[in-house]
Design a protein around this ligand. Sequence first.
Ligand code: 6PG
Length: 414
Amino acid sequence: MGTPSPELVRVADKAAMAQAAADLLLARIGANSGRVAICLTGGSSPKQLYELLATKSYRDRIPWPRVHWFIGDERFVPPGDPLHNMTMARHAFLDACAPASNIHPVPTETGSPESSADAYARELMTFYGADALDPARPLFDLVLLGIGPDGHVASLFPGYPAVDVRDRWVVGVDKAHVAPFVPRVSLTLPVLASCRTMLFEVGGADKRPILTRVLAGEYLPANRARSNERTTFLIDAAAWPDTPPHALIVMGVASSGKSTVGEALGRRLGWRFEDGDSFHPPANVAKMSAGHPLTDEDRWPWLQAIADEIARCRAEGEPIIIACSALKKAYRKILVGDRGDVRLVYLEGDRELIGDRMGHRKGHFMPTGLLDSQFATLEPPAADEHPITVLVDAPVESIVDQVLQQLHIGQGRA
Ligand code: 6PG
């Protein structure tokens, strides 16, 4: 249909997602000095966002009298029912914040899903001031959506005729495809598309399988729902699809066992292992041999050389494991960037444990002060870096097992 492809934004967790969504909602409101229309969604995904909007810092920044609230789909149950989507939104924030006349629920008290759909279509048309959508004048400033386990959006289920309806604004759906199995009323795709921004919230490990299918381009309602202008997917680390890795960076402080674990992983996977230190430019080697610590300025070309090697291996389809302390986030940004197939394996251990291991390493001496400085520099990878974290206090082979389990990749090759 020629709509721009969605922007994927990765956030750490559901709390960060609610915040990012709330900020985007404020930005959308800020971009329209007139009457604003927001289309809410049901399900559990937006609940944290709704609760956040009721908190003082957001509540005070929303010009409530000029913001109108609609819902993209409703379960055909009476208001007040625990399954009723708008009731959830009302309890979470609308009743406490919005003028009652700005809340536009789907009428579900009487009639059938079909008559309710017609009534809601009339309400939307009256609000819009026309019964045909003008591409130059979107109905909504923001449409929020979640993705169901079968790839549905709003109540447009895969394979249902409702997904293909283009000549009506709202439809009744007699039978849901997934729980809760109550009839639904849903806006149609062209009406949902009539917005400045369509925002999907996709969070939690249970969303990963369906998101993997959606991002692979499967023909599902979640891939057919797109704003005529801009579509954004907010995805948390738990839902972020697994891409088969091409490179593993085994990271951690000195003496955490990076080379031992990296080599053992390499043997199990049949991948080449490299020690990141071998990528230091001669100037760095000279500096280190003279006993001078490296500065960040010295490190950038070294990190870039490792990143270049990873890029070369990816291009040639050759997987690689590299041991590199990668203590700071800024370093990892160079090594990993936003490439989902480059994964961090973080060997975690506290100062006491690593110090103890170090004491037991034969022929290896590192002054305690150096270890302290390593811990002072260490910025452990955060959830948004999607690390595979393993505690070093275990035999090497068991660490390798844990890494492979978290990577969901074959453990066959000895
Ligand atoms: C509904 C919805 C529906 C929902 C998805 C995701 O009424 O159920 O509007 O489309 O957004 O099923 O639901 P969760 O957020 O509960 O996973």
